[in-house]
Design a protein around this ligand. Structure first.
Ligand code: HPA
Length: 247
């Protein structure tokens, strides 16, 4: 049974080359996940895939049922999760197409169902979240980037925004002052929920565009994002395939 899951984000709604063995829709105490859990074999290794925004990429970031997604993975016996995420680059080292393996998060989202610890508690529960990502999985991702000749940023702070709109240039300037090196809309509460269920979780972020006001300050077009993600996700696929063959 697979113990590794890949959550695919914008630009990665399926895993090329995955020999699918089973697709199952799981009902959870929190409702339905974004789509079926797809089990299969890639590069000789079992893996489970879930498309975060749904198979047809129709669920916007603030409407994703993060609790159902992470609960379903846990229920399926998953112990490790690699979350692939499109981001806007805030730091100079994250031009479109670049990869990063963040080590920190700042959460700017609001109103999302973001914890399993709120109802029917025998006592109030606080979870340590000092270091939100699993260092072992991060190291694996960084190593495999090096093996396939891609130089990923080995650290970074993921600023999670509410979406679905992109940010203003002033918001990004403030996030940069806060220490964010990248911005995305789905990193939270996903990472926290994984921690609450004791899943090892790391993020492979792909810069889809310069964040608002960065680069040459031009406005951001969806066409540009899609184009950059094509190349960026090609890199991610290489890294994932390499990682799987080395498991
Ligand atoms: N902002 C937020 N999320 C994103 C961006 C962005 O610029 N690009 C890709 N996901």
């Amino acid at each position: 049974m697979a113990d590794l899951a890949i959550i695919g984000g914008t630009g990665l709604t399926s895993l090329d080359g995955l020999e699918i063995t089973k697709r199952e829709m799981i009902d959870t105490p929190f409702g339905e996940p974004s789509g079926p859990l797809t089990r299969g074999v890639l590069n000789g290794k079992e893996v489970l895939f879930l498309a975060r925004h749904g198979d047809g990429h129709t669920i916007p970031p603030h409407r994703i049922n993060y609790r159902a997604n992470i609960w379903a993975l846990h229920h399926a016996g998953i112990k490790r999760v690699i979350a692939v995420a499109a981001v806007g680059g805030i730091h100079d080292a994250l031009p479109p197409g670049a990869l990063a393996i963040p080590d920190q998060i700042i959460d700017y989202t609001w109103g999302r169902a973001g914890t399993y610890f709120e109802d029917d508690l025998s006592e109030v529960t606080h979870i340590d979240f000092s270091y939100p990502y699993c260092d072992e999985l991060r190291a694996m991702l960084i190593d495999q980037c090096n093996v396939v000749g891609l130089s990923a940023c080995e650290t970074g702070t993921y600023g999670a925004t509410q979406g679905p709109r992109l940010e203003t240039a002033a918001e990004i300037a403030r996030m940069g002052r806060d220490g964010c090196t990248m911005v995305g809309m789905t990193g939270m509460p996903e990472a926290l929920l994984a921690r609450e269920l004791d899943l090892n979780y790391a993020c492979c972020a792909v810069s889809a565009n310069w964040a608002a006001g960065k680069g040459n300050g031009a406005i951001i077009s969806m066409a540009e994002i899609e184009e950059n993600l094509k190349t960026g996700m090609d890199s991610v696929r290489k890294v994932l395939q390499q990682l799987l063959s080395n498991l």
